[in-house]
Design a protein around this ligand. Sequence first.
Ligand code: GDP
Ligand code: IMO
Ligand code: MG
Length: 425
Amino acid sequence: MPNIAVLGTQWGDEGKGKIVDFLAEKADIVARFQGGANAGHTVVFGKEQFILHLLPSGALHPGKVCVIGNGVVVDLEQLFREVEELKVRGYDLTGRLFISGRANLVLPYHKMIDRLSDSGKGDEALGTTFRGIGPAYVDKVNRLGVRVSDIFEREALEARLNLTLVFKEDFADRSEDKKAFDRDYLLNSLLSYGDRLAPLVCDTSFLLLEAIEQDKNILFEGAQGALLDVDFGTYPYTTSSNTSVGGIFTGLGIPPAALHETIGIAKAYNTRVGNGPFPTEETGETGDRLRERGNEFGATTQRPRRCGWLDLVALKYTARINGVNKLALTKLDVLDEFAEIKVCTSYRINGAEMKNFPDELRHWESCEPIYQTLPGWQSPTSGLTSWGKLPQNARDYISFIEKFVGVPVNLVSTGVSRREIVRRS
Ligand code: GDP
Ligand code: IMO
Ligand code: MG
């Protein structure tokens, strides 16, 4: 198996967890390279459902190595909660979970600052996950972060906390949770993780470079989606990391040549959680139907997801910037009952037709989708596993997407479970 990136091509929640879990069977290592516990990746098999926030979705395959790279912002409380939960359910990560010592930590004050900052933006609030992601990356880039490796040196850690807390006094004053900004509380709670954390921490770049030299198979698991990328997404309504392909190299410390294939994950329609532009959003009955059929409620925050038709302009854009050479189309079954299915093939912006994805927020204000309407198939595809069994109109829908985007759809997901997938090769 080549080394494969699995990347979201929309606004997250495309079904990356399911696809990574499916592909992990043939991989040796699954690595997360950006984001943090803002992710919610669902994996279902048999009667079991798992929602992973920080652990790579390879965790559910016994024996697979899981890596959390330097580009991830790590919330230790959440990390050990997940490790423990999996252990109770029969998945032991001992000896196969590795975390970069260079990764920055998400600390309690980051979560408080996230809340206070986003609420403070009024109408321009993003609707973040409140997982402290933005503020943790701010500290990282401002060189005020606390890194995983810092917690093994009491004095250095104390000095780091003293410094960074000086810059947070304003937030500390406004916060109801004073403990989140209390130096001694933070110091002691961080030190208490030391024994559990020590066996997991290493130079994960070195680990991966060695694995690459030994021709091991690596899956790079993206979190969020390209339209939430801090550079290429619908800024400022984005997350704070590079969710697209470049994030792999900076977030893991490996060279671009180590990546052989990039699978873009796209839902058969679009969803978005939180605020920001969404040209194909359906706020009426169609949106409600998609939400109900697709069970579109956030895996991390349980918020109802905004739903709408597939935006092919956006998909073509994200496929191109990521060098996507295969698409995995998920949740095809959600469209089973629709008599007609729309796809957005261009936008109307300030009266003019636009075929490219705009790079400025102001364009979104007057952006209207221009649709093509395709016939639905109105027969169940749930659980189907062979291309030939998909209804002709479903195959035509997929072919339309392939042609428009210029990338083959190699995997078609037809249900939540690991086995409910059509593989075309
Ligand atoms: P991720 O963040 O990209 O991993 O996606 P999420 O797990 O947040 O959201 C995807 C949701 O869709 C989860 O509830 C999955 O169990 C579910 N799902 C994934 N693939 C399919 C599919 O093909 N059909 C249906 N009906 N549900 C799916
Ligand atoms: P997965 O990996 C969907 C959204 C939030 C908010 C914006 C910024 O499950 O696809 P943040 O907490 O990152 O500062 O929030 O990004 N967001 C996601 N939306 N799926 C995700 O992850 C998301 N992670 C963040 O809703 O609009
Ligand atoms: Mg999700």
